[in-house]
Design a protein around this ligand. Structure first.
Ligand SMILES: [Ca+2]
Length: 292
């Protein structure tokens, strides 16, 4: 729902995920040269799949072959956290989860757009390691609670470095602002429908339940000219080019994924005296199936 930029443009040029064709050795003298066989195998292995269940020892870092940590602050949304590298704000819990922790501290004496940073947190992406066009992207997470917290699972067009934002497209699979504990939002942003003009909808749990009280699955089913959002398998929104009022649909090219926990900002507002720290965004898994 609000403008966000990738903080490290350099990583956008990072190499795409290499595929490792599984070739069975052949004794057939007529078999094509290895290079040709490899090319054929890569052509056949088109499906983009991503799977991180965050298994690993407590306190260990995320798998660097899958995730890259972005660092710095984010003035565009007037977020108040500083995103750090290392494991201070993003680590496995030894129980099969990634935990992104927002802390009210500034041990690194980091500078933010408003002065000395008041909070630290983490933001991870797959820009250099995984991208997909279409598919089912899903994360199972237990989110934060309290005013000013802003967890998100979202995607950006890999061409952000050349096309810029919002021409690259942004798919927000799940965003929550802490003052709406029972509601999450799914949104698309593109040229003519970005920032507060993003096109989306909210999903609210029944009976006053709060998302922070349990794990939930947040997903999009993304196909040519169609994106459908769901929570716990319940579809609540579908968008197609017909929703754009003539603006351009920019979701038919590769995107990468982002997980982050922002503190404060234009949309959620700043934490208040009732917001407890540290806050944790607990991620059981991120899976993508059926992509290209
Ligand atoms: Ca897990």
């Amino acid at each position: 729902m609000r403008f966000r930029t990738s903080l490290t443009a350099g990583l956008l040029a990072a190499a795409a995920l290499g595929t490792t064709p599984l070739l069975t050795a052949s004794a057939n003298a007529d078999a094509p040269p290895r290079a040709e066989r490899t090319a054929k195998a890569e052509g056949a292995a088109k499906a983009a799949e991503f799977k991180d269940d965050f298994d690993g020892p407590e306190g260990s870092a995320v798998d660097k072959s899958k995730w890259q940590l972005e660092t710095g602050d984010n003035v565009n949304n007037h977020e108040r956290q500083y995103y750090t590298s290392g494991t201070d704000n993003a680590a496995l819990d030894g129980k099969g989860n990634l935990v992104i922790t927002a802390k009210k501290e500034n041990p690194g004496n980091y500078d933010c757009w408003y002065g000395k940073c008041e909070y630290t947190s983490a933001r991870l992406n797959t820009a250099g390691t995984f991208k997909t066009t279409y598919g089912h992207a899903e994360a199972r997470m237990k989110i934060t609670q309290g005013k000013g917290m802003w967890p998100a699972f979202w995607m950006l067009g890999e061409d952000i470095g050349s096309a810029g934002w919002p021409a690259c497209g942004e798919i927000d699979v799940m965003e929550n602002v802490g003052h709406e504990p029972g509601t999450v939002h799914g949104t698309i942003h593109g040229p003519g429908y970005s920032g507060g003009e993003g096109i989306g909808a909210g999903y609210t749990l029944p009976d006053g339940q709060k998302f922070a009280d349990d794990f939930h699955t947040f997903a999009v089913d993304w196909s040519p000219e169609k994106i459908t959002w769901s929570v716990d398998g319940k579809e609540y929104q579908t968008r197609t080019p017909a929703d754009l009022g003539g603006d351009k649909w920019v979701f038919d090219h590769p995107f990468y994924m982002i997980l982050n926990l922002a503190v404060g900002g234009d949309w959620p507002g700043d934490p208040d005296g009732d917001t407890k720290f540290p806050q944790q965004l607990v991620v059981d898994y991120v899976h993508v199936t059926g992509g290209n």
